[in-house]
Design a protein around this ligand. Structure first.
Ligand SMILES: Nc1ncnc2c1ncn2[C@@H]1O[C@H](COP(=O)(O)OP(=O)(O)OP(=O)(O)O)[C@@H](O)[C@H]1O
Length: 289
């Protein structure tokens, strides 16, 4: 039997019940940012324990989708439910790793302190006597072990590599055993071995802990073999489904409304050819690198 995401000591009060079916549902969703419609006709369904990638060109609204799931970005149309409730109600049950968090070399706070901060929130630094103090120490140890950070968790964050920092941040996001973990481009700026290691760690968190992981990615290749589902945001809406269905020439051609080819290299990597740049005219590197 696998450990449930909400089991064990040190639980935060006010979390919603452990999910067994769909944990995130968006139906015909649309958002507007700064008076502009960013996406519409978006359908997303994520089940408990699934590993899901959110893909699409720069500026298409991937981070905005995570914010909508967190209840930080209201929908302009459609509906959204997280753990069967309005997103803002579910927020305490979601672990979130925002985009591009890294620590300057001068950062003295240690990995274990950051994880403890995730557990204690505003009570951080206050001594916890007796049983609660022991539970907290035990929870920190569990999280350090979960992400494999035992070797460096007691060192200052500024002295850790990008991959080591990322593991500590994942541990912090999991402090309250959330059934849903959202990550915004957590593999960016990591080298290939670290990308593979963090992807494998997230896979383990899904499979062993039953946590639904939703991850925004520019390059799907490091996570491709771990994925249950892909949400691809494009100019004409979204496509959701198994990776091999969504990442196909037919589905991306329909989404972009122009011929797009999905090729497989001999080592199994995916390359998308011919997709137009997004309206923001950034270079789109969906499946490069
Ligand atoms: N505060 C804001 N005011 C106006 N427009 C905004 C604001 N925040 C985001 N946007 C716009 O909303 C759109 C979606 O942004 P978002 O960050 O969700 O895209 P993304 O797909 O995650 O992009 P990237 O791949 O570059 O990280 C972009 O065009 C962005 O410029």
């Amino acid at each position: 039997m696998t450990a449930g995401p909400l089991a064990g000591p040190g639980e935060a009060p006010g979390q919603l019940a452990a999910p067994s079916g769909t944990v995130i549902e968006v139906r015909a969703g649309a958002v507007e940012v700064g008076g502009r419609r960013v996406w519409q006709d978006v359908d997303v369904e994520v089940a408990a324990g699934e590993f899901v990638a959110v893909l699409g060109p720069n500026g298409v609204g991937k981070s905005t989708l995570l914010k909508a799931i967190l209840g930080l970005q209201p929908l302009a149309a459609g509906r959204i439910a997280v753990l069967g409730a309005a997103p803002a109600r579910a927020r305490r049950s979601i672990g979130y790793l925002p985009q591009r968090r890294s620590f300057d070399a001068s950062t003295r706070i240690r990995g274990v302190d950051l994880i403890r901060l995730g557990i204690d929130g505003p009570r951080w630094g206050l001594p916890l006597p007796g049983r609660r103090g022991r539970q907290r120490r035990q929870r920190v140890d569990e999280l350090v072990e979960l992400v494999g950070a035992g070797r460096y968790a007691h060192r200052p964050l500024g002295s850790l590599s990008g991959g080591e920092q990322q593991r500590i941040l994942i541990a912090q996001a999991l402090a309250h055993r959330p059934p849903v973990l959202l990550l915004d481009e957590p593999l960016d700026s990591l080298d290939l071995p670290n990308q593979a290691a963090v992807a494998a760690l997230l896979d383990r968190i899904c499979r062993d802990r039953g946590v639904a992981v939703v991850m925004v990615a520019h390059d799907v290749n490091p996570i491709l073999r771990h994925l249950d589902r892909v949400v691809y945001l494009g100019p004409g809406g979204s496509v959701t489904g198994a990776p091999e269905q969504v990442l196909s020439s037919a589905s991306l051609t329909a989404l972009y409304g122009t011929p797009v080819e999905v090729l497989r290299t001999s080592d199994g990597r995916m390359v998308v050819v011919g997709q137009p740049d997004s309206r923001t005219a950034h270079q789109h590197r969906l499946v490069g690198g």
